[in-house]
Design a protein around this ligand. Structure first.
Ligand SMILES: *Cc1c(COP(=O)(O)O)cnc(C)c1O
Length: 469
C-alpha cells in the first residue's frame, strides 16, 4: 500500500470509533477545544516516538522533561520542596506503583489496604497483582464520600497488616472529593501511608474553588497520582506519581543484575517506554500554561454546575451527589432506567457511560465534562430531556425473574467455555465463539446489572476473550 492509502485506511478504521473531539463523548476522552494545543502535542509525540525511557542517561532529554513536569506539579499540589515524582503511563500504573511501593516498604505478612468502595478499580487490580488484601469501606450513601470513622475502624481491624490507605479527589463514579484531612490523619496516627488518587481531579482542583485541603497540604498524605492525559489535555499515556520525600519512593524502584544483559534499572512497571507521551505532556502543559488551565477549568466547572441544575430541573432525574469537580453522576426514578437513557442519548450523538448498581448504591450515568463540552451544553440538555421522554415511553428494561434467579445462582467457577458461549448468546452478545456488540445496549446492560459482580466479571472476560480471538 502507498502511504496515502495506508493513512486513508487508518482513518477508515476509525469510522466506528467514538469521536475524540467535539465534546460529545462524556467518558474516555478529554477535549480542551484548543486546536493549537492538540497540534503541539501531536508534533511532540511524533518527534519523540522513537526515544526510549529505559535509560535516562542515554536520553537525558527525557529525564529533563520528567523533572520539569514534576517541578510543574509540585506547587499545584502543595508538595514540599523535597517531594519527588515519576512519570508513568497512566493512572492505573501510578496506582499500581503506589500500592507496590507501600507493600514492599512495609514488608509485613499478609499486607492489606483500606479504601472507600468508590476507589477506582485500579486499586483492585493492584490488590490482585501484588497480593495485597483490599478492604473496601462503604461510603456515606447520601454524599457518596468516604466515612473517616468507618475507615479508621477498618484500619484498626487490620492492625499491623495495614500498609496503605487511599482516598479519591474526586471519585470517578460520583465526582465527589473524599474527606482527605481526617482519613490522612487516621492513617498517620497509625504510622501508615495515605495515597490521594487525584488521577482525574489533579488538573482541575488546583484552579477550582474547592474549599478543603485535599493534597500534600494535608499532613499525612504521602503520595498522590494525577493523570496528565485527562484534564491536562495531553495525548494518552502520561500520569504523575508524587511522593512526599525520596525515602517514601525508594521501594518503587526496581533493579536486577541477575542476568547476563544490561543491569535492569526501572522507576516504573515498563522498561522500554516511548518518550513520546512525556514530550507531548511537556509541550501541551507549557502551551496551555497556568492561565490557560484556569480558563479551561472555569469553563468546565460552570458547565458542570449548569448541567447538574438542568438534571435537577428534569422530571425523573437527579444528580447522585453535588459535583465537587467536573464529573456528574445521574440517577433516575423507577419510570425509566439509566441503560435505556444512555442508548437514547447515544442515538442523539451523545456518549455517556452507564454505571451498574453496587451494594446499596444505584445504577447511574457517568458524565465526564471537558472544556469542549461547555459550548454544546444547551444541545446536551435538549438531548437529555428528549431522551428521558423516550426512555419513559419505552419503560425500564425488564429482566425476567427466572433469568435474574438463574444469574444469582450461577457460580462462574463451574462454567466452561460452552456455558459462557450460551450465556453470551442469552445476553445478546453473540455466541458460538464469536461476539457482537448490539446497537442498543440496554437489554445487555440490564442483564449484566442483575448479575452478581463475580458473574459479571467472568461474562465480560469471556466476551473480551472472544473479541480478541
Ligand atoms: C482514570 C482514573 C484512574 C485510572 O487511570 P487510567 O489512566 O485509566 O489508568 C484512576 N483513578 C481515577 C479517580 C480515575 O479517574
Amino acid at each position: 500500500m502507498s502511504d496515502p492509502d495506508v493513512l486513508a485506511h487508518l482513518e477508515a478504521l476509525r469510522a466506528h470509533d467514538l469521536p475524540t473531539h467535539g465534546g460529545r463523548t462524556l467518558a474516555y476522552v478529554y477535549d480542551s477545544g484548543l486546536a493549537d494545543a492538540d497540534a503541539v502535542g501531536r508534533a511532540a509525540l511524533a518527534s519523540f516516538g522513537a526515544t526510549n525511557g529505559l535509560d535516562p542517561t542515554a536520553f537525558p532529554s527525557l529525564a529533563a522533561m520528567e523533572r520539569d513536569l514534576v517541578a510543574l506539579a509540585r506547587p499545584l499540589f502543595h508538595a514540599p520542596d523535597g517531594a519527588v515524582g515519576t512519570v508513568t503511563s497512566g493512572g492505573t500504573e501510578s496506582i499500581l506503583l503506589a500500592v507496590q511501593t507501600a507493600r514492599d516498604a512495609a514488608a509485613v505478612q499478609r499486607p492489606a489496604m483500606v479504601v472507600p468502595t468508590t476507589a477506582h478499580g485500579a486499586f483492585h487490580k493492584a490488590a490482585h497483582y501484588f497480593g495485597v488484601e483490599l478492604v473496601a469501606v462503604d461510603v456515606d450513601p447520601t454524599t457518596m464520600r468516604a466515612v473517616p470513622a468507618a475507615m479508621a475502624a477498618a484500619m484498626d481491624a487490620l492492625a499491623d497488616r495495614l500498609v496503605l490507605v487511599a482516598v479519591s479527589t474526586p471519585s470517578y463514579a460520583h465526582g465527589v472529593v473524599d474527606p482527605v484531612g481526617p482519613v490522612a490523619a487516621a492513617a498517620a496516627a497509625r504510622g501508615v501511608r495515605c495515597h490521594v488518587d487525584a488521577c482525574i481531579g489533579g488538573w482541575v482542583l488546583p484552579w477550582s474553588p474547592y474549599p478543603d485541603p485535599w493534597d500534600f497540604a494535608v499532613p499525612g498524605v504521602t503520595s498522590l497520582s494525577a493523570d496528565l492525559h485527562k484534564y491536562a489535555y495531553t495525548p494518552k499515556g502520561v500520569s504523575l506519581l508524587l511522593h512526599r520525600d525520596p525515602a517514601l519512593r525508594r521501594a518503587q524502584f526496581f533493579a536486577s543484575a541477575d542476568w547476563p544483559g544490561y543491569t535492569m534499572l526501572n522507576s516504573t512497571m515498563q522498561s522500554t517506554r516511548s518518550g513520546g507521551p512525556l514530550a507531548a505532556a511537556w509541550a501541551v502543559t507549557r502551551h496551555i500554561g497556568d492561565d490557560g488551565y484556569r480558563v479551561l477549568v472555569d469553563r468546565t466547572l460552570a458547565a458542570t454546575r449548569e448541567l447538574a441544575d438542568a438534571v435537577r430541573a428534569t422530571d425523573h432525574l437527579r444528580p447522585v451527589a453535588e459535583p465537587d469537580a467536573s464529573l456528574l453522576a445521574v440517577a433516575t426514578d423507577d419510570a425509566l432506567d439509566v441503560f435505556t437513557l444512555a442508548d437514547e442519548l447515544s442515538s442523539r450523538g451523545w456518549f455517556v457511560q452507564p454505571q451498574m448498581a453496587f451494594r446499596d448504591l444505584p445504577a447511574t450515568l457517568h458524565l465526564t465534562l471537558s472544556a469542549a463540552t461547555a459550548g454544546g451544553l444547551d444541545d446536551l440538555v435538549v438531548a437529555l430531556r428528549e431522551s428521558v421522554d423516550a426512555a419513559v415511553a419505552a419503560g425500564p428494561v425488564v429482566v425476567a425473574p427466572e433469568l435474574r434467579a438463574a444469574a444469582a445462582s450461577l457460580d462462574p467457577a463451574t462454567l466452561d467455555d460452552a456455558a459462557f458461549d450460551g450465556l453470551l448468546a442469552l445476553a445478546g452478545l453473540g455466541g458460538d465463539g464469536t461476539v457482537a456488540v448490539p446497537e442498543r445496549m440496554a437489554p445487555v446492560n440490564a442483564l449484566l446489572d442483575a448479575a452478581p459482580p463475580r458473574l459479571r466479571e467472568a461474562l465480560l472476560v469471556a466476551f473480551l476473550d472472544r473479541l480478541t480471538r
